[in-house]
Design a binder for this molecule. Structure first.
Ligand code: HEC
Ligand code: HEC
Ligand code: HEC
Ligand code: HEC
Length: 182
């Protein structure tokens, strides 16, 4: 008789645990986003949402609309494939202002700023001769493809006889920003 009475505690505990498990499963179905887990531990529909966001990175074709001259300077050079944004910024505000100015010449187009040295800079439009913009692609570092045109800056500047090898703008003694061929 007494063993049966004591076992009631166990039934109660099992019942409570069962109810808690059921509650959690219910909570999980309510809280879990619809497409979670279809492709992995994330919402599958997030992929489409991100892909649908407008791209901020401007196509060179946008810049070419007004900068015919620069386009010709780069035509047929190896740098034709390097996007304007790498050296001038995203220029979102610049394009917007320039379009307004094209319709109404009294709208000013703000001049480009100097680059602040940050590759993730928030500066909309910059003009710079800072060598680090060139070296971000051309400095010889481990793992670069054998056939890519790369330099060891110290050796290159010495070999070519740069007159101011310590200058930040030293590359431009011999190379241009658009047609870079020496
Ligand atoms: C709707 C026309 C238009 C478009 C599109 C446009 N620009 Fe310009 N841009 C201008 C005008 C006008 C000026 C000022 C006059 C000049 O230097 O030709 C200018 C000047 C510049 C300058 C020099 C600024 C200075 O202070 O000397 C740079 C660099 C530049 N643009 C880069 C770009 C880039 C990069 C793009 C593409 C993302 C672009 N522009 C798209 C019209 C445009
Ligand atoms: C590899 C870097 C690089 C790329 C890529 C590049 N530029 Fe330039 N750009 C420069 C440099 C460097 C200058 C000169 C800055 C100075 O003289 O202070 C310049 C100057 C300019 C100027 C002002 C002077 C001029 O020549 O008219 C404009 C406008 C310009 N670039 C637009 C463009 C556009 C548009 C593109 C893409 C089609 C582009 N640039 C691609 C580096 C670059
Ligand atoms: C976003 C990357 C990138 C940036 C930034 C960049 N370049 Fe280049 N550059 C390239 C590529 C890609 C090539 C073609 C390389 C190849 O085919 O092996 C190239 C080629 C060259 C060449 C060889 C040209 C020839 O005709 O033989 C020179 C010189 C050069 N770049 C100088 C510069 C200078 C100077 C700067 C800075 C103003 C600069 N690059 C910035 C990517 C870049
Ligand atoms: C005193 C002139 C001079 C200076 C300064 C200079 N270069 Fe050059 N650069 C040259 C010449 C000339 C060549 C072509 C050499 C050759 O074909 O052997 C060249 C070639 C290159 C190449 C192509 C290398 C290859 O494998 O074909 C790159 C990339 C380059 N330079 C980047 C730069 C960068 C970045 C700077 C600044 C840190 C710079 N250069 C400074 C004169 C110079």
């Amino acid at each position: 008789m007494s063993t049966l009475r004591d076992s009631r505690h166990l039934w109660l505990l099992a019942g409570l645990l069962g109810a808690a498990a059921l509650g959690m499963m219910l909570l999980r179905t309510v809280l879990m986003p619809a497409t979670y887990g279809i492709q992995g531990p994330y919402r599958a529909e997030a992929l489409a949402e991100i892909a649908a966001q407008p791209s901020l990175f401007p196509a060179d074709a946008t810049c070419h609309q007004c900068h015919e001259k620069v386009r010709h300077e780069r035509d047929g050079t190896l740098h034709e494939a390097v996007r304007c944004a790498h050296c001038h910024g995203l220029a979102v505000d610049h394009v917007a202002k320039a379009r307004l100015a094209a319709a109404d010449p009294s709208v000013p187009i703000p001049p480009a700023a100097e680059w602040d040295g940050n590759f993730l800079t928030r500066i909309d439009l910059y003009l710079t001769k800072d060598r680090s913009t060139c070296l971000s692609c051309h400095e010889q570092v481990v793992g670069m493809p054998a056939d890519f045109k790369k330099i060891d800056p110290a050796v290159h500047l010495e070999e070519q006889g740069a007159s101011e090898p310590t200058s930040r703008e030293t590359c431009f003694e011999c190379h241009g920003g658009h047609d870079t061929a020496p």
